[in-house]
Design a protein around this ligand. Sequence first.
Ligand code: ADP
Length: 215
Amino acid sequence: MVDTIRLAARDITFGYVPTTPILADWSANFHAGEVVAITGPSGRGKSTLLYVLGLMLKPTAGQVQIDGTDAAHRRDADRAGLRAHQYGFVFQDAALDATRTVLDNIIETTLYRGTPRKPTIRRAHELMDQFGVALRAGAKPGQVSGGQAQRIALCRALLNDPQILLADEPTGNLDPASSDLVVDSLHAQAHRGAAVIVVTHDPALVARCDRRLEL
Ligand code: ADP
């Protein structure tokens, strides 16, 4: 499985201002079955790289290949479809919709994929149990802690059974026991064939990744 390149960056260049590229001719392969840490100083462009790899920002040059085919320059609707079907995202700020319950936040993208509601809700409850946030299912995101929000975002990402899982500081607000649970789940998703990419400053998380790329 680890020989399969799930996601590849090919000579990616990106800058918010074209004259000052944050990424220049950047290339990397991410294999099915591995958890890769992206590290580097603050402001270097790690989150930006995740947005490019996650098809939310278009590189000015270069390709983001999924299973060997460029996805970065496809139509908006195609990229949205790929994000919904292939990706799971855990953003630094959890990016939960404040107007909807925790459960609705978790199931929304999966329902968008067309997965039936009942098994989706059952699986969402299993994940919430696993990550210790089941009691928060009916709460609004404004009523949960930062650490809970992160785990809720992880439940949402895993519910999609993503082939590509991108996480930005997923253990940032967590105690060691919850961090271990999160890292275990990243590896479990990799074992299911996903390429897992984690931006982190957490030495304990880096130590448990299969590989580290320094930006
Ligand atoms: P890191 O994740 O390594 O801390 P970021 O990717 O967040 O780095 O940011 C890289 C650089 O891009 C920083 O200088 C940051 O200020 C800048 N930046 C981030 N987001 C934007 C944006 N939306 N518009 C303009 N500049 C941005």
